[in-house]
Design a protein around this ligand. Structure first.
Ligand SMILES: [Fe+2]
Length: 146
């Protein structure tokens, strides 16, 4: 199910929150292109955009965690790698089988729904770590609603 971005998904770090929202948009574009059974090229384009945006976002997060000596960095990097693995599997199926409602739902599951869970389970942890370490940064961690 398509979900609207919500301020409940914020972790209180402006740059990351903004990227999460754009990640969400990319996930919706991916879903729509597959759901609307767009042509091969159009679908390949949205998959590529999703991948590029995820790369940019994960790079930002990983650099941020490194900068703040976050102890959960390597486990977090594995989560990011697993995302690309699933995206690649989806891409292969799109090429082999072609777009379908089932693949559109899977796309949403591995992007939009994955992100919501990933924020709640993983991203809040580094946000808490950073805030605990530097109270001067201010801001609060918003409780997450799924
Ligand atoms: Fe992350």
């Amino acid at each position: 199910m398509l979900k609207e971005w919500s301020s409940a998904y914020r972790i209180g770090i402006a740059e990351i929150d903004e990227q999460h929202q754009r990640f969400f948009d990319a996930a919706h574009r991916l879903y729509e292109a597959i759901f609307e059974l767009k042509g091969k090229e159009a679908v390949a384009e949205v998959v590529a955009f999703m991948r590029e945006y995820a790369e940019l976002h994960f790079r930002t997060e990983e650099a941020f965690m490194r900068r703040h000596a976050y102890p959960g960095l390597s486990a977090h990097i594995k989560e990011h790698a697993a995302f690309f693995q699933r995206l690649e599997e989806l891409e292969q199926d799109l090429v082999m089988i072609g777009p379908s409602q089932e693949l559109a739902n899977r796309a949403l599951d591995i992007t939009q729904d994955w992100l919501i869970d990933h924020i709640a389970d993983e991203d809040v942890l580094y946000a808490l770590h950073v805030k605990a370490g530097s109270p001067s940064t201010g801001g609060t961690v918003t409780p997450l609603v799924r």
